[in-house]
Design a protein around this ligand. Structure first.
Ligand code: NAD
Length: 293
């Protein structure tokens, strides 16, 4: 296939390279003129769209996605597939689906989980939303860039699944950090607490695979001075998207709202570049009531 790839950042560059390595002709565009291994860089966004069988976007947010679609849909090939892998708000995802579909371009929203490591290794999980025909056309490309794909439903369903998953993750990580901070103040050995919780009803991904305590559990960002991993500011982005979506459909998400406030406080106080599990060292320092809403 001839594939255009727009947005060659931390995630997009390795994903585009994997498509090229699999034998596709990949043409990449980024406003910074970033390039990627095996990918032909182009100077204008249209050169990554005209006559392409597929166009993949991997962009920072919904506003940028909408402005890029305003430019690329008019020059897209009828019958081609536009795949957006960015994490954006559900409204923007639905808006760009409509724009593409009006021009007989198939479209799919397919945000990913797995981070930069998963992008490089081709082991991402894709959560896809769109019509069956669009999904079938995009699937072979997901299989190159990832190891698991779930077709979640119609346009926007991929973004909905992504923000629901990450809302659970944000809430559960704060809960796990609270429990390990409380345990520490009760003089409980964190290894013993891990041994209990990881095999008990409190077990979850935040404990079992990504334990926020250095030296406890499998290797995680806690063992590397909380270098991301999954940065707190990206968790905040996804939590805020969950709250936008909840507002849109009148869903009550009290814990999601609280987790958003707490990660906002974390990012305001610690800046960017720390893993989201670094909520633990914060809680080890704060006195009771400090972070009450
Ligand atoms: P990034 O900032 O490294 O990459 C985004 C790229 O888009 C940049 O290179 C930027 O120059 C480019 N860009 C911006 N505006 C553009 C435009 N108008 N035209 C062309 N290129 C443009 O971000 P990233 O970490 O690669 O993340 C991309 C998306 O994936 C985000 O939506 C993010 O939330 C999501 N995501 C990231 C991770 C992660 O671990 N980094 C994990 C899952 C999902």
């Amino acid at each position: 296939m001839r594939i255009g790839f727009i947005g060659l950042g931390n995630m997009g560059a390795p994903m585009a390279s994997n498509l090229a390595k699999a034998g596709h002709d990949v043409f990449g565009f980024d406003v910074t003129h970033a390039t990627a291994d095996g990918v032909t860089g182009v100077e204008a966004v249209a050169d990554a769209v005209v006559d392409m069988d597929a166009v993949v976007t991997m962009l920072p947010n919904g506003d940028i996605l909408r402005s890029v679609y305003d430019e690329i849909v008019p020059v897209g090939k009828s019958g081609s597939i536009f795949i957006d892998c960015s994490t954006v708000d559900v409204e923007s995802a639905r808006a760009v689906h409509s724009l593409a579909n009006e021009k007989s371009i198939l479209s799919i929203d397919a945000p990913v989980s797995g981070g930069i490591g998963g992008a490089a290794a081709g082991t991402l999980t894709f959560m896809a939303g769109g019509a069956d025909a669009a999904f079938e056309k995009a699937l072979p490309l997901f299989e190159i860039m990832g190891q698991k794909t779930v077709h979640c439903g119609e346009g926007g369903a991929g973004q909905a699944a992504k923000i629901c998953n990450n809302m659970i993750l944000g809430i559960s990580m704060i809960g796990v950090c609270e429990a390990f901070a409380l345990g520490s103040k009760l003089d409980l050995d964190p290894q013993k607490l891990f041994d209990v919780v990881s095999t008990s009803s409190g077990s979850c991904w935040s404990v079992n695979t990504y334990c926020p305590v250095p030296g406890v559990g499998p290797s995680s960002p806690a063992d590397n001075d909380y270098k991301p991993g999954f940065a707190a500011e990206l968790m905040l982005k996804d939590l805020l998207l969950s709250q936008d979506a909840a507002q849109l459909v009148d869903a009550d998400t009290p814990m999601g709202a609280r987790a958003s406030q707490l990660y906002q406080t974390f990012v305001d106080e610690h800046g960017t570049g720390k893993d989201f599990s670094a909520f633990l060292p914060l809680l080890l320092k704060t006195a009771r009531g400090t972070l009450d809403g």
